[in-house]
Design a binder for this molecule. Sequence first.
Ligand code: JD8
Length: 284
Amino acid sequence: MRVDVISIFPDYLAALDLSLVGKARQRGLLDLRVHDLRDWTTDRHRTVDDTPFGGGAGMVMRPDVWGLAIDEVLDAGAVGAHLIVPTPSGEVFTQRHAESLASAEQLVFACGRYEGIDARVAQHYRDAGVTVHELSIGDYVLNGGEVASLVMIEAVARLIPGMVGNPDSLVEESHGAAGLLEYPVYTKPPSWADLEIPEVLLSGHHAKIERWRRDRALERTARLRPDMIAALSVTGLDKHDLALLAGLGWVPDPHDGGRLARVRAGGPDVTPARGVDPGARVAE
Ligand code: JD8
């Protein structure tokens, strides 16, 4: 996979020389190139921004400079070329995005600064048939797209075949195929700060260990991310799962047997789980 990052602060991306992504570059699994946007400016002040049309605070990044840069870097002819524009007003990036982008031939990250990039840039490349993703890494405001690009590049790069030592480890991860948060993990020393290891993990009884880990993952997900429980399909749950979840107030939805609905003692739940639309069904 080829990944290009265009920024007025290219040194921000130096972290990509380290660790897993750094090794992937050395092993030729990842062709990562970082570019300074100012290399495509045409004036002696290397200007990349100007005042916003319609007034308002701050400055906006010029489309003409971005156009010259992206035209040179993006292999627009390649079907597998994607333009990614990090923005707080974008679709929220998830593991699903990481999985779909991991099969791309080329990713080009356009890192904005100031108040953002002139909106015609994304429109122009969409109109040109390029797959353009305006993505946000979360509901908080950063000062630019560089950190968001670092996050998305690491999330995608680690899914490239051959990247992680044991691909199985990708399955059990939070937000992985199971759709659950991870179970707690432990290592030596067996006793630390007067805290012991859960006995079952020392039992060598793999089936019991697997069951314990699944229970902890279900409990943690129900407590911290009820939206993920609501998104689970009942077909993927065994009777132990269903029994544990019933104890946590989640039962197969009488109106949609494929999903779970939350029941609270004393009748229907009025508080929608995060990410679960208020109209979500509540088992009567
Ligand atoms: C790109 C400029 C700063 C944003 C005025 C502060 C992503 N999850 C996220 N939060 N913030 C960003 C992000 C912020 C950016 C740019 C991404 C380019 N800024 C702007 C609008 C308000 N300043 C992001 N992904």
